[in-house]
Design a protein around this ligand. Sequence first.
Ligand SMILES: NC(=O)c1ccc[n+]([C@@H]2O[C@H](COP(=O)([O-])OP(=O)(O)OC[C@H]3O[C@@H](n4cnc5c(N)ncnc54)[C@H](OP(=O)(O)O)[C@@H]3O)[C@@H](O)[C@H]2O)c1
Length: 228
Amino acid sequence: MTKQTVLVVGASRGLGFALAEEWLRLGWHVIATTRGRSDELSELADGFPGSFEVETVDINDASGVRALHDRLKDRRLDVLFVNAGIARAIEESPATASEGDFLDMMLTNAFSPVRAAEILRDLVPTGGTIAIMTSELGSITNANGGWQLYSSSKAALNMLMKGYAAKTVADGHTLLLVAPGWVRTEMGGSEATLSIEESIPLVVEMIADNKGKPGLRYVDRFNQELPW
Ligand SMILES: NC(=O)c1ccc[n+]([C@@H]2O[C@H](COP(=O)([O-])OP(=O)(O)OC[C@H]3O[C@@H](n4cnc5c(N)ncnc54)[C@H](OP(=O)(O)O)[C@@H]3O)[C@@H](O)[C@H]2O)c1
């Protein structure tokens, strides 16, 4: 039987690395991207010869994403997972933050992931899945002011995906905005409530549970719908 293939964009460390590792463990063929050299990814590749490829791309570089598309143009992706994201100025508000930090988050967390989905979508056949890592903090309904600027970038991501979903119904893709919980990574920090092992296997299981169900859902790791 042909192995299923997943492309994880932004897999050098943290949740993206764990996603790549989990799909490898489950016997998938994994293509993982990094911006620079990642010794962790190279080591992982050594453990799964023939099942793992490492690509290089910065999602903020449109021509780089197009070049990645061209390199993969003969491939079929069962799952495209755009994980890349940044958090800056988490304690700040518009009056105190640097405009640059806010614009960087809007670009990396909202605009670039959806642009990557648009550029790469024809590698995903009908019935396949495009998932993007958002956050529980992207919910406008549940917002309480925490991580205000970051939350706004994830809400913008959710909105951009609404538009993307409306325009690509004919693709027949399962579209998932994934909220992984608050996880101990470089971004989540040491105070976060979950270990990577408590989040990522459930995220991967949730993606499998949504296979073949076209349309857009904003969901947590337990496959529960979140309020927009
Ligand atoms: N941790 C949490 O509690 C939590 C909760 C909700 C949502 N999330 C979301 O989950 C995702 C992963 O977070 P994390 O906690 O694993 O963060 P992390 O440890 O800081 O890792 C972020 C990853 O994104 C990559 N990345 C950043 N900017 C990129 C760009 N322009 N192009 C390509 N890759 C880029 C990083 O690559 P480099 O190594 O090259 O920087 C790294 O692999 C993010 O989207 C984040 O917003 C995290």
